[in-house]
Write a protein that binds this ligand. Structure first.
Ligand code: SER
Length: 315
């Protein structure tokens, strides 16, 4: 049995992770949300509470009420929107995290806070980016992610708090749209294909980035928290990868299924600048060695599944 609080349960990851956790665990799996209420299915399948990551007192109330033992802290602004609202990105990303860690310290909860490919920067080796390497990101999103990794490790070393996390690639899913990320194009192109619209790609041809299908992203979040702690050399955060592609590759993969899809490039300098500073492909061998990370989907199998599910959703 586990009692889990998901902060940010209405978001792209939270909406699916909360449902998955309810499938797996008995106990209270609490959907924490701020302004946007989660979908009906999420609200009706278990407890939900308003929890703002910036309100430590409220986090503590909910943790005490449901005897929470694990917190998934997913509150964050994605990379492109964080460039428009850097102070809010800092506030939600880091003050939200330190609030969560302090409550977790008091109530002895384990904490998962996702990091990202955004935690790397232009001076990081871009190909087979190692687990332990240079992290000098130039985006506000990346700055909050590096600081979040360090803060989470600090609470582990100083207080013995069970903090663990992964560096997510761009996440592709069909349930809830991401909002304002550099990798969002790789979700939007599937919607355009199903709707029969031309796709206008904000990133240039040849821009390689790590990507991951949602079922693997959920598996990563659950497997890392279930991992045997005695095997963990690292904690915050593990590189996790499953596929790396550039816009032309996802376009070609969809075109095999929907030959009428058309795409043109209209590069957004903000997103392109961010994408150019991120890895092309991470080396995730530490995650494979320390907790048996093993993703299921590649570009072809993801594309078939995305299109099948989006057809049901949209038509
Ligand atoms: N998907 C995120 C973004 O593009 C990266 O972690 O902001």
């Amino acid at each position: 049995m586990k009692n889990i609080l998901v902060i940010g349960s209405a978001g792209q990851i939270g909406s699916e992770l909360t449902m998955k956790l309810r499938e797996i665990y008995s106990g209270n799996i609490v959907a924490g949300y701020r302004s946007t209420k989660p979908e009906k299915e999420l609200l009706e399948s278990g407890p939900s509470e308003m929890v703002d990551a910036l309100d430590a007192k409220r986090i503590a109330e909910v943790v005490a009420k449901y005897k929470i033992d694990t917190i998934y802290n997913l509150a964050a602004l994605l990379s492109a929107v964080a460039e428009k609202k850097p102070l809010m990105s800092w506030n939600v990303g880091l003050n939200g995290l330190i609030n969560t860690l302090e409550v977790a310290r008091e109530y002895k909860c384990a904490v998962f806070t996702p990091s990202s490919i955004g935690a790397f920067g232009p001076s990081t080796p871009h190909d087979n980016t190692p687990q332990d390497t240079i992290q000098r990101p130039t985006s506000m999103y990346g700055i909050t992610k590096v600081a979040g990794e360090l803060l989470s490790d600090y609470y582990f070393y100083k207080y013995g708090l069970d903090t663990r996390s992964v560096r997510y690639p761009g996440i592709i899913s069909y349930t809830t749209l991401p909002g304002g990320g550099t990798t969002d194009y790789a979700v939007e192109i599937y919607y355009a294909a199903i709707k029969g619209e031309e796709f206008v790609c904000p990133l240039a041809k040849g821009t390689y980035l790590d990507m991951m299908y949602m079922p693997d992203a959920l598996k990563a979040a659950i497997d890392i928290m279930e991992a045997d702690p005695s095997r963990l050399v690292h904690r915050n955060s593990f590189n996790v990868a499953s596929m790396s592609f550039a816009p032309e590759h996802v376009y070609e993969a969809i075109k095999k299924e929907i030959p009428s899809l058309t795409m043109r490039y209209k590069v957004d300098p903000v997103r392109q600048g961010i994408a150019d500073s991120w890895p092309n492909k991470m080396d995730d061998s530490c995650a494979r060695e320390e907790w048996d990370w093993n993703p299921e989907y590649d570009l072809t199998s993801m594309t078939k599944d995305m299109l099948k599910n989006l057809r049901k959703k949209i038509k």
